[in-house]
Design a protein around this ligand. Structure first.
Ligand code: ATP
Length: 370
């Protein structure tokens, strides 16, 4: 199985600098997500690792081997694309078997190629060899599609096509699996199911996996580690929990969840943040610089039934109330500044409507300076 190391990866498309020196150290068996907005360079990074794209500068190692000069079909990477890229006129079995045969044809010695080609021919005549048959059927069983082996792929649902694409990549037993936004064509419910399926398979097979997505929820729920990219660079790399609780920049904070971000205050004797006339005391910080930003996650703010004399209490007016089932989100105006609050909803939780007054408590341990 393969670890992946990328050193100072630079990629220009003519004069567009798509990657500005990306470094990655992905451990064997790790599930690693590249997360970032459209155009930040996720796919380019992936394509360079797979060998589909020439790089301008840098080094890529797979399983400790420098692969800069190694062609794509010899890099031992299985790749699944957003569009699935299945052969529409082949059935499920053929799509998966074809990938196996093609790799054998182009990735082995001339003697083996002849045998592989013979297998390909025999399959085309409707008599697949035992070895191919067993291998393909076992992987189809694994993705729970063995009963659809002879069905045309165009007659499958999106989620089923997605599993064929996954089977096609896995049948080669690659040491590295590269998944480029594989779930973005699926509806929300199917996406959740496929997330679990992919994560389970990855853990069972222990394949080093890079997953490209612009969906923070997807990255957070699946990956061991996440690299957040922006404008061709990695801004922060961390575990999902660390990324959420200790984002290094306002961009990361905003990208990995909803957040309230305010300027830290440097003018007061006391340390804290000023939100209009409200001062949020931060006793555990030795100083707050004006260059710093204070991040408060919406779920870190408490709604009080009554005002009390404690610190860090602000009053506001609800401007929007959104009910999501398990939680309610309030957009609140506190003297011209907005703050978003989220509260778990259980039966009996009072719901505030637009225009209602609301009392908020901001515990200082829920404020992170970035
Ligand atoms: N073939 C190409 N020719 C010229 N520029 C390209 C090419 N492919 C990508 N780019 C540019 O390189 C940058 C990175 O693109 P890339 O596709 O890697 O981003 P991405 O993060 O995967 O975006 P998305 O989430 O939209 O797929 C973008 O500015 C893009 O316009």
């Amino acid at each position: 199985m393969g670890s992946i190391t990328v050193n100072n990866l630079v990629k220009y498309y003519d004069d567009v600098e798509a990657l500005k020196g990306v470094d990655l150290n992905i451990e064997e068996g790790e599930f690693y997500a590249l997360l970032g907005p459209s155009g930040c360079g996720k796919t380019t990074t992936m394509r360079c690792i797979a060998g589909f794209e020439d790089m301008t500068d840098g080094e890529i190692y797979i399983g400790g081997e420098l692969v800069n000069q190694v062609p794509a079909n010899r890099r031992d990477c299985g790749m699944v694309f957003q569009s699935y890229a299945l052969f529409p006129h082949y059935n499920v079995f053929e799509n998966v078997a074809y990938s196996l045969t093609i790799r054998d044809l182009y990735g082995s010695s001339p003697g083996q190629r002849i045998k592989s080609f013979a297998r390909l021919m025999s399959r085309r005549l409707g008599k697949p060899t035992d070895a191919i048959y067993k291998k393909v059927m076992s992987i189809l069983e694994y993705v729970e599609l063995d009963h659809f082996a002879d069905r045309g792929v165009s007659e499958l649902s999106g989620g089923q096509q997605q599993r064929v694409a996954l089977a096609r990549a896995l049948v080669m037993e690659p040491s590295v699996l590269l998944l480029d936004e594989p779930l973005s064509n699926l509806d929300k419910k199917l996406r959740n199911t496929m997330r679990a399926t992919i994560r389970r398979m990855q853990q069972e097979l222990g394949i080093t996996t890079i997953f490209v997505t612009h969906d923070q929820e997807e990255a957070m729920s699946m990956a061991d580690r996440i690299a957040v990219m922006k404008d061709g660079e990695i801004i922060q790399e961390a575990s999902p929990t660390e990324l959420y609780s200790k984002p290094k920049t306002p961009f990361v904070a905003d990208f990995v969840g909803s957040s309230n971000i305010y300027k830290a205050d440097s003018t007061q004797d006391e340390k804290g943040i000023k939100i209009n006339d409200n001062f949020i005391l931060l006793t555990r910080y030795s100083s707050t610089k004006s260059s710093e930003r204070a991040l408060i996650r919406p779920e870190g703010i408490e709604i009080l039934k009554e005002k009390n004399d404690g610190d860090n209490i602000v009053e506001g007016q609800v401007t929007m109330s959104t009910y999501f089932g398990p939680l309610i989100r309030y957009d609140v105006d506190i003297g011209g500044v907005g703050i978003t609050v989220e509260e778990d909803y259980t039966t009996g939780t009072p719901i505030y409507e637009e225009g209602d007054n609301i009392i908020l408590y901001i515990p200082e341990e829920r404020v992170v300076l970035i």
